[in-house]
Design a protein around this ligand. Sequence first.
Ligand code: NAD
Ligand code: MG
Length: 389
Amino acid sequence: MGKRRISIFGVTGSIGANTAAVIETVGLDAFEVVAVSGNANIAGLADAARRLRAGVAVTADAGRLDELRAALTGSGIEAAAGASALIEAAGRPVDWVMSAIVGAAGLAPTMAAARTGATIALANKECLVAAGTVFMAEMSRSGATLLPVDSEHNAIFQLTCAERDCPIERLILTASGGPFRDRSRAEMAGVTVAQAVAHPNWSMGDRISIDSATMFNKALEMIEARHLFGVEPEQIEVVVHPQSIIHSMVGFRDGSILAHLGPPDMRVAIGYALCWPERPELPVERLDFAALGRLDFEAPDPERFPALGLARAAMARGGVAPCVLNGAREVALDAFIAGRIGFLDMAALVEQAMERLDGLPEANDLDDIFAVDAEARRVALELVKRFAA
Ligand code: NAD
Ligand code: MG
């Protein structure tokens, strides 16, 4: 068998680095790495491209081409830069693509990859939140296979692979509760970025870590689950499970519930998406149940974590409401990281943006989505000024 052709978008991030690590564990010789991408970290991008012997390295930052070229000198690796170069690279024919750019910036390249009919390992949940219907339609048109990488959805995917013909009654997404699980609302109002980034169980990029602290991450994951598994919003539940050992559960109509357990290590989900339907041998921690002693569960508190209610509201409104939620969330997150608004302001701001932009027309294609996303960001930026004042 020839080498599997693969590309990794967002190779310089947390998921990207774990993907490179899994590929090296499985054996780089089995793969031809066609393209890798990054953004501001040019040295990291060039490093990853050299390590993986990539054909082309693309930075999304159009102004950094010379720097990238210099960093790749002597490697024979092509350098490219800018949004259209990224989309061009994503459209190159491959067998498997890792979509691990963070935020709505991942939409256009992932869509370009989907159009080629390649298998898409999807870490970028924003694709499904902002553009779920459009994205899933493109996937079925091109015959592309979608493999979820988000740990909860990868867990559910593993469970449904074992129970292919049984209808799902309920999906139970587990949530760690983040670093502020036990904090009062008053305490949460004053937390810093450094405190919000410090996730108790998972090591992830800064943005998703802060989203875990607000539980916006779980909010996005509810919407993500809906598209991936074709369930109704009422079938999706969230339970706080502080140890992050159960990665999610599926309930069937006979009352049985299957759970996926493992160490909180993204290499497991990435490895499953890379090697499916087989499993790679991975050097991750093996669970010791006697040492764990117990697994705990509690209901999420809607007062302290309003993001979950916003996801339900967005799904109930339907249409482009989840796209508005996502665009406003990204702006709110930027404003919190910049110190302009407080931690609790993020959800309040998203809620107001959703109210202001209620009733927008349906999106038929990616351009419609981008227009809604831009409008959500414009309104959210206005709100940031008001919250910051
Ligand atoms: P990260 O911040 O560590 O890395 C983000 C990557 O995106 C980097 O390679 C960066 O160069 C690239 N990027 C950033 N801005 C860009 C832009 N404007 N244009 C093009 N590329 C850009 O993020 P991460 O934690 O690896 O998360 C990546 C995605 O995977 C996110 O959608 C996140 O929600 C999802 N995810 C991550 C984890 C995790 O464990 N880290 C788990 C589940 C899902
Ligand atoms: Mg997750």
